[in-house]
Design a protein around this ligand. Sequence first.
Ligand code: C2E
Ligand code: CA
Ligand code: CA
Ligand code: CA
Length: 274
Amino acid sequence: AKAKGRNTFHFYSQELDEAANERLYIENELRLAIRDNQFTLHYQPQVDYRNNEVVGYEALIRWEHPERGPIPPTKFIPIAEATGLIVELGEWVLEAACRFSVKLQKQGKVGNMSINLSARQFKDSNMKRVLSDVLARTNMPPKLLHLELTESMLMGDVEAAISQLHQIKALGVSLSIDDFGTGYSSLSYLKRFPVDILKVDRSFVKDIPEDPNDMEITAAIIAMAQKLNLEVVAEGVETKEQVDFLANNNCYVVQGYYYSPPIPEQSVEVFKVQ
Ligand code: C2E
Ligand code: CA
Ligand code: CA
Ligand code: CA
């Protein structure tokens, strides 16, 4: 039993080593990737069910590593966040997304652009200056820029978060709560956050219509958003049944594979809702 215990320990520590090495590898490669411009943005359309019109896009970062190929954001964003590299990377995302939005606007297309902010960026004391610089540099109309934040970023020092939200909003941009329902912000806080949009998390949508609980929760979140005068966007919508359910419950703006996966710029410029 002793030997087995030692082997188990050895096994785990080796796994930890591998995880640590992988993290270190990604961290180093991230620095090179920022230097060498290995990132692109893909854009996922948000569609209004009622008229099949695109009402905006969410920018999602993509990393094509020269040897490894695509590395998903769920893998490298947390490392970029932990090392602080996200601040530089996030500024690049912001600028690239605004530039593309302005390009779309010049083509007479919808320019609403959502981008994801990380906790580190949100708390960064330079955030406001970076934002206003990018808006000015790119000629982006502030109200077309939607910044997505998660509940967990707003908890902790709630008063500081509310003050930061007000300062960012003063620039004229819109604010969304991403992955809504998965964090633990209480409803009383939600009322105090100066946000404009709630994004219903995919975890509630994905088992509609099989899971009656998820249907209840989704309907309740939509109803609550409306009571609070918030716009609501459903994410991760994959099927006709889901779109119909959402629309029947007064959520008309949806994002998900049902309409389109995230797509590169050239595809956005010719995108049509099927
Ligand atoms: P998120 O902000 O919740 O983005 C939605 C994710 O769901 C995206 O994954 C998108 O490709 C995926 N998705 C969209 N529709 C569907 C669907 O119908 N079904 C399924 N199964 N998935 C769908 P992605 O692009 O891999 O991004 C993952 C996460 O990485 C994002 O989650 C966001 O938290 C983070 N992320 C991505 N880009 C950025 C960025 O530029 N900055 C920051 N800070 N985070 C980012
Ligand atoms: Ca998002
Ligand atoms: Ca989300
Ligand atoms: Ca479920």
